[in-house]
Write a protein that binds this ligand. Structure first.
Ligand code: ADP
Ligand code: MG
Length: 234
């Protein structure tokens, strides 16, 4: 589907004393269903702001965000909660797992609020962690914790995965496995994947690269022949 996601003049301002900072400054772009998109830009350029606005964690100051022809930027709190629960999977740099819950409990956490119940064991298998179900985050390696957080994000079968520097805390071999996993998901399940990263190798496999600078879009690159992840260099 064309234009699954559309940003129209999206602006996010923060007031700092008397000054106004534009963390997002008239962003215009579109993303198709099943696209693998990389967001590049220096620290402070507005990458996390963009993800948070799209994921309904933050409100636009002006402009509109359309997802599947729905104006998400106009949603009220109740609609946003539903949108986040059903449509969005978030993956963060430092995993954001709850330390007092086991791997499987972290994944099945949503079962309290969603109708279609998640089978944590089934999802753990998808990330090859079925033998670690009852371990706590502190008993898992960084890569394993990130895989639990991916399992948690994909468990509800979201239409998009928003990943904020998902390999930032991992060694290169583990990062590669995580990126392969995300790329497979994108191509097999048609999940739209948007990844904020500093890693140029990840950008090489993207269908689209959005370059940000000072809250503005510097360039949107559409890649006709992205590199196969098997040929990625680290
Ligand atoms: P990036 O993820 O690219 O490093 P961010 O989106 O986190 O950048 O931030 C973009 C700009 O907005 C930065 O200058 C940052 O300081 C500012 N910013 C982000 N969140 C807030 C906030 N809650 N209050 C004030 N300024 C913020
Ligand atoms: Mg950030």
């Amino acid at each position: 589907m064309q234009n699954y996601i559309e940003f129209k003049n999206v602006t996010k301002e923060y007031k700092i004393g008397k000054n106004t900072l534009k963390a997002a400054d008239k962003l215009n772009f579109t993303i198709n269903k099943g696209e693998f998109v990389v967001i590049l830009g220096p620290s402070g350029s507005g990458k996390s702001t963009l993800l948070n606005l799209l994921g309904g964690l933050d409100k636009v100051t002006s402009g509109s965000i359309l997802v599947d022809n729905n104006e998400v930027s106009n949603y009220n709190e109740k609609q946003l909660t539903k949108y986040r629960a059903y449509n969005i999977g978030f993956i963060f740099q430092f995993y954001n797992l709850l330390p007092n819950l086991t791997a499987i409990e972290n994944i099945e956490l949503l079962n309290d609020i969603i109708d279609k119940k998640i089978d944590g064991n089934e999802v753990l298998k998808q990330v090859n962690l079925e033998h670690h179900a009852t371990q706590f985050p502190s008993e898992l390696s960084g890569g394993e914790q990130q895989r639990v957080s991916i399992a948690r994000a994909i468990a509800k079968n979201p239409s998009m995965l928003l990943c904020d520097e998902p390999t930032g805390a991992l060694d290169s071999k583990t990062s590669y496995k995580i990126i392969k996993l995300l790329h497979d998901l994108c191509k097999k399940e048609n999940t739209t994947i948007i990844i904020v990263t500093h890693n140029a190798s990840i950008a090489e496999i993207a269908d689209k690269i959005i370059h940000l600078k000072n809250g503005q879009i510097e360039e949107v690159e559409i890649i006709d022949n992205p590199k196969n992840p098997d040929k990625m260099e680290w």
